[in-house]
Design a protein around this ligand. Structure first.
Ligand SMILES: C=C(O[C@@H]1C=C(C(=O)O)C=C[C@H]1O)C(=O)O
Length: 120
């Protein structure tokens, strides 16, 4: 890969605190850069998902009963928040809302498994 001026190591790109050294896809000229950037972002996304799932373990510990694990009112609020934020950023709200529906369903399944494990 060409390392021109301002090249950013994708493994460091986007790390909070790096400021101006954050990834800049507008500057990319090769698919190798695009894919390295995507791979790094995916690593960061999975790390954030790990934090979100840790919140599900906390919910499983705190909720008093199994029936409270699935909360449809809260699910709708979470999805609406993601859709609104996506649209604020100029992203397709419907596609993001579908992703969040799957994310919340996976989160509920994980929380349910964790609730059952704790209360076996
Ligand atoms: C974490 C919770 O449990 C579930 C998981 C949710 C989520 O992934 O955001 C939302 C609603 C709940 O069904 C919660 O009730 O807030």
């Amino acid at each position: 890969m060409t390392k021109g001026a301002g090249h950013v190591n994708p493994r460091q790109a986007g790390v909070p605190g790096l400021g101006e050294r954050a990834m800049n896809p507008e500057s990319y000229t090769t698919m190798a850069e695009v894919r390295a950037g995507v791979d790094e972002l995916d690593r960061q996304l999975v790390a954030i998902l790990a934090q979100r799932f840790a919140h599900m373990r906390a919910a499983a510990r705190i909720k008093p009963e199994r029936g409270a694990v699935r909360d449809e009112t809260r699910k709708a609020e979470v999805i609406a928040n993601a859709r609104a934020e996506a649209e604020r950023l100029g992203l397709p709200g419907e596609a993001i809302a579908k992703l969040w529906d799957q994310l919340v369903e996976a989160s509920i399944a994980y929380e349910m498994t964790e609730f059952d494990r704790r209360n076996a």
